[in-house]
Design a protein around this ligand. Structure first.
Ligand code: BGC
Length: 354
């Protein structure tokens, strides 16, 4: 990447003239491109076992494409990852109505979630790390959520080539927070076809089944003897057509796994994804209690990405570290409440090998 790292360039403009920048950074063999729109990871390149680089994330070439219609490609998700039932919850006796954007439910923060906002970005280098700090203040009431939420998300490329995300947020009123990132992975390279051969392991003995609107029923169901058992690595396609009612409902995997480790002070290993063809391997560590595995069920062949290829069902998957979906409405789930004086902290580490 030459002498300067990270490098900032003009990427495009929003309709109102706001400039959107793209930052390119590289460290330890990993190359990352990030947009100030939505904190979007537009591209992440890693080598295969022969040293050949490929971009392993779905994305678009222009700001216009992201604004027009993106199923959250590479984006920062906030204030609340996944669904809140009917966009309603009650906290400390007060009821809140959120922006509804997925049938009758609120998905990924609502109509104008963090994925559709502009972030202030500052670059840094620290010891042998290279990174970006993304800042944004979400006003009290934005998308219906209470409290002014000051958020900093740090993307770091480490000396060893890990991509680490540190989320931090504070509020001035009791609220709920669940931040994540929505990268769509295809370790064969974006636009190269299905991920059904990818082998996935998730360190979870239970998952949260969903109702027809993909809202958790509240049950923590055992994965034992079901297609949801990824405790040993297996190809994603092996059981995806098993005729299980939960898979039919979601058109594939689109569920929250209850990680066996629970909430931890430090990030711990939760999942491994491997493409046997290229050898590229992704390991994820997190301090969160849940992981959403979404097998790209709603990619329907109408979007064409950075490499000029159309994305079809199952052409990528998401692994989103999180608190459980709809937790504001499930007192039995780990609490997603943040109060004044507290700091929300979440860390996800993506490590690569081939
Ligand atoms: C959700 C899916 C949703 C997708 C949006 C995932 O995190 O679990 O249900 O369709 O995001 O593209």
């Amino acid at each position: 990447m030459g002498g300067r790292n990270p490098v900032k360039e003009l990427f495009g403009e929003l309709a109102d003239g706001t400039e959107i920048h793209r930052w390119s950074l590289e460290n330890g063999g990993t190359r990352l491109k990030v947009l100030s729109y939505g904190g979007i990871v537009q591209s992440l390149e890693i080598p295969d076992r022969e040293g050949r680089y490929a971009n392993v994330c779905l994305g678009f070439d222009t700001v216009e494409d992201y604004v027009a219609s993106s199923p959250y490609f590479g984006a920062l998700i906030g204030r609340f990852g996944n669904r809140v039932d009917k966009g309603r919850f009650t906290l400390d006796g007060t009821s809140y109505e959120l922006s509804v954007n997925d049938g009758e439910n609120s998905l990924h923060g609502g109509r104008e979630g963090f994925d559709r906002t502009v972030w202030d970005i500052e670059a840094f280098t620290r010891d042998s790390d290279v990174g970006l700090r993304l800042h944004r203040t979400s006003a009290d009431g934005e998308m219906g959520y209470p409290g002014t939420l000051r958020t900093t998300v740090t993307y770091t490329l480490t000396e060893g080539g890990d991509w680490r995300i540190d989320y931090e947020a504070t509020t001035d009123k009791a609220t709920v927070v669940n931040l994540t990132n929505h990268v769509y992975w295809n370790l064969g390279g974006e636009g190269t076809g299905t991920i059904e051969d990818h082998e996935l392991r998730i360190a979870a003995s239970r998952y949260t089944p969903t109702d027809p609107g993909l809202i958790p029923t509240g049950e923590l169901a055992s994965v034992d003897g079901t297609p949801f058992d990824f405790r040993e690595a297996k190809p994603i396609g092996r059981d995806i057509r098993a005729g299980h009612a939960q898979l039919i409902r979601a058109k594939g995997f689109d569920h929250n796994w209850v990680l066996d480790k629970g909430i931890t002070a430090e990030p711990e290993h939760v999942a491994t994804l491997r493409d046997p063809h290229s050898g590229r391997t992704l390991k994820i560590a997190s301090n969160e209690p849940g992981l959403q595995f979404y097998s790209g069920n709603f990619l329907d062949g109408t979007l064409t990405g950075t490499g000029g290829h159309t994305y079809r069902q199952g052409d990528a998957l998401c692994l989103e570290t999180q608190h459980f979906p709809d937790s504001p409405n499930h007192p039995s789930f780990p609490s997603a409440t943040l109060r004044p004086g507290q700091t929300y902290r979440s860390t996800t580490i993506h490590s690569f090998a081939s």
